[in-house]
Design a protein around this ligand. Structure first.
Ligand code: GLN
Ligand code: ZN
Length: 754
């Protein structure tokens, strides 16, 4: 009696990624793509065969939210004439007929879904043929399928309404969605659908608040009565947090089962009594679908026992806490990770095994399961006591570290810095990276593979830095950067130089479409044995008389973009990271670097889904950032950077970070995002991006001038820096050069007019 909500679909060796990219570039046919997809599905089902069902429709050529949009023909007007895969990929990736739909993060994960665009003018029409085909495919192979489907409320709640009253649009969407269900009912007599309704974990915050008053809670009850009444065995699952408000509601409906996350949403335990009294089957998400550590089966059994106090065994199904989409395929091929640490890891395939054995252990004696438990106990004990995870010196240092915040106030600091740096009004800079050319990628790869030696590698990187600095000098930027040619990723670069991290060869996780990321794994106490950036930055500084900005990734961002050990609180791991960054700052300033940027690109991303948990996250994340920068002398100017965020919700926290300068990504929203800085009386300096680097176009001098003037309407000139948005590394030199020249030109004009 065991279950998962979905399995990673890119394949053990990213087969899907390769097939997709080859299809997009015209190198393989639709048929070939579909045959790769079919093979992957079959392979993944085979791994799931011991579960109650195998998951169908968790597979997608791009994204499951997009799949639902496509299945009800919710296509934006600009793609109306496109059909089949052409229409599907147009929404995901753009087409000559129009730009792609927006993409955004799936709750608090690093997976991105395609945001459906809904309009009252649309004619929705259900087409379940794709789902039915996959269902029949599984059946033909002898498996018992369960359909995974994004629930109506989550689908609607995550969509963008382009035109019409939301309630009216909802009616149309609902009717098409129910038509889809009608088609699915017809497949056979035992159709099971698991609806993912992750939006319910947002509780009563605004998003769902809106949804509720828009639809009334009765709409939710109504839909989850109607669907079971059609003859569907209906399971509604939530994940990433508790969903107690909605569990209560769902218990009043005719659904067969409710899936809850007991890993990220331990408060779900509050619903157990009510579940026990109902007739519902509980899909107990006890195996972590978001992390990669071996489960501690003993503690999982204890958790199941506590669930069992309320819910009888025959109504408990052992499940993963969420779709396994968020973990890599299998650790089988990893040959470079320390063999002991490898034992502590569990990826999707290994989790299937844990679920199966946990189920057996929960239900009674089974010798194979008992042996598995013994082994599991030994692994967990070894991990707990390993000196690989415990570094006494690090723990002591964190406990006694004296610098929690900078000694001087911003007012005092900025006065000293202004005198020392002597920058013009509206100083110009960039966010750090410059174009990653194919030569520079080849250089890094060649070095990694041992094809070139350290001296050759250093020479190549230095040549890049030299060109990069010369260019910035020449066009007259005020604060320069070295360009980050030595980094393939802003987290991996630092992780690779710290103790406590390991890197997999193949632990890819889907980020969006064919794009996968390979997050670093933090397994033990984190320490920095030696400087990580000082050589490159001081080299860059030696090439110019202008100020060179040192470039670091902040502790919160390193944490949020890694797989983090689960045997310490995240906050404790973050504190250790903070000290590593503090040491780096200290070494940089001692080496004569006057400005240091600590990027916190993923600060916002770590925010909890539920409002009630935000304060706690903000408290420690803020503390860690401040600890990491507290070592800076008053004359060292600390910059930070955050990517596109809703700053309104977090402005107080940004203020409390107390960075001397913050650069933010704003170009896409004009000066709207900036207004909040004025509203709250933000006093430190701000560099709002003046042009959007996400498209290949080159902004004109006039356009940038207008943008700067718009910024000046919001904030005084003394407070403003001028820079582009982040991510120059993704652009070509041909685009970056003229764009930055135009920035400098525009700033000159504005300065003259002031
Ligand atoms: N310094 C990094 C860069 O410019 C920041 C990247 C980011 O904000 N995501 O590439
Ligand atoms: Zn950014």
């Amino acid at each position: 009696m065991s279950n998962i909500l979905g399995f990673p679909r890119v394949g053990q060796n990213r087969e899907l990624k390769k097939a997709l990219e080859s299809y997009w570039s015209g190198k393989c046919s639709q048929q070939e793509l579909e045959s790769v997809a079919k093979d992957l599905r079959a392979k993944h089902w085979e791994l799931q065969k011991h579960l109650d069902y195998v998951c169908v429709n968790d597979f997608s050529l791009y994204d499951n939210v997009l799949d639902v949009a496509y299945a009800i023909n919710a296509k934006p007007q600009r793609f109306k004439d496109l059909s089949g895969l052409e229409g599907y990929f147009a929404m995901a990736r753009g087409h000559k007929n129009g730009v792609a739909c927006e993409m955004t993060k799936w709750f608090n994960t690093n997976y991105h879904y395609v945001v459906p665009e809904l309009s009252i003018d649309d004619e929705y029409k259900a087409d379940a043929s794709n789902i039915i085909a996959q269902y029949n495919e599984a059946k033909a192979l002898g498996y018992k399928p369960k359909i995974s489907l994004v629930g109506l409320f989550t689908f609607f709640g995550l969509s963008k309404i382009i035109k019409g009253e939301p309630a009216d649009v909802f009616k149309k969407v609902k009717s098409a969605y129910l038509d889809l269900i009608d088609e699915l009912v017809k497949i056979d007599d035992e159709v099971v659908i698991e609806f993912s309704e992750a939006i319910f974990v947002r509780g009563n915050d605004e998003t769902l608040g809106n949804l509720r008053c828009l639809l009334g809670t009765s709409a939710i009850e109504c839909i989850y009565n109607v669907i079971p009444e059609k003859g569907i065995k209906t399971i509604v699952s939530t994940f990433f947090e508790h969903s107690n408000e909605f569990t209560e509601l769902l218990l009043r409906t005719k659904v067969y089962g409710i899936g809850l996350d007991f890993v990220a949403g331990s408060k779900n335990e509050q619903s157990l009594e009510a579940i026990g009294k109902s007739d519902k089957v509980l899909y107990a998400g006890v195996i972590d679908g978001r992390n990669i550590w071996v489960a501690d089966l003993e503690s999982k059994l204890a958790l199941l026992d506590s669930i069992n106090k309320f819910v009888p065994k025959e109504r408990i199904k052992i499940s993963a806490s969420c779709s396994l989409l968020h973990v890599p395929f299998s650790k089988a091929g990893e040959s470079k990770i320390d063999s002991q640490i490898l034992l502590w890891l569990s990826f999707a395939s290994e989790k299937l095994q844990e679920i199966a054995f946990l189920d057996k252990l929960f239900r009674g004696q089974d010798s194979a399961a008992l042996a598995f438990l013994q082994e599991n106990k030994a692994i967990n004990a070894a991990r707990k006591n390993s000196d690989k995870t415990n570094n006494k010196a690090v723990r002591e240092r964190v406990k006694n570290y004296p610098h929690k915040q900078r000694a001087e106030s911003f007012k005092e600091r900025i006065k000293i810095q202004k005198e020392l740096l002597n920058l013009p009004i509206l100083p110009t800079t960039t966010i750090g990276s410059f174009p990653q050319t194919s030569e520079i990628r080849a250089l890094r790869l060649g070095y990694k593979k041992g094809e070139i030696n350290k001296a050759q590698y250093d020479e190549g990187i230095k040549a890049y830095i030299k060109d990069c600095v010369a260019f910035q000098d020449e066009i007259g930027l005020d604060v320069l950067v070295h360009g980050e040619p030595e980094r393939n990723d802003m987290v991996e670069y630092f992780g690779e130089q710290m103790e406590g991290f390991v890197f997999s060869q193949n632990a890819w996780v889907q980020s969006y479409g064919s794009r996968c990321v390979k997050p670093p794994i933090i397994f033990g106490d984190v320490a920095r044995p030696k400087p990580m950036t000082v050589d490159w930055i001081t080299y860059a500084q030696s090439l110019t008389s202008r100020v060179m900005k040192g470039m670091l990734t902040g502790p919160v961002t390193i944490l949020n973009w890694s797989f983090v050990r689960d045997d310490l609180p995240r906050s404790a791991v973050c504190e250790q990271l903070a000290l590593c960054i503090a040491d780096e700052i200290d070494d940089l300033q001692k080496a004569g670097i006057k400005i240091i940027q600590v990027d916190e690109a993923a600060f916002k991303e770590g925010y909890p889904l539920r409002a009630e948990n935000i304060k706690e996250y903000e408290r420690w994340a803020l503390e860690c950032f401040k600890t990491s920068t507290a070592i800076a002398q008053p004359q060292t100017q600390i910059h930070t950077h955050m990517c596109y965020s809703e700053f309104n919700d977090i402005i107080k926290t940004i203020e409390a970070l107390d960075a001397d300068v913050i650069s933010i990504e704003t170009a896409r929203s004009g000066n709207e995002l900036l207004k909040i800085f004025k509203e709250v009386g933000y006093a430190n300096e701000v560099g709002p991006g003046v042009y959007d680097i996400h498209s290949p176009r080159i902004p004109s001098v006039e356009e940038i001038e207008r943008q700067i003037k718009a910024l000046l309407e919001v904030l005084p000139k003394e407070q403003l820096w001028i820079n582009p948005d982040c991510g120059l590394k993704t652009r070509k030199w041909e685009e970056v050069k003229p764009s930055l020249e135009h920035i400098v030109e525009a700033v000159k004009k504005v300065r003259a007019s002031l």
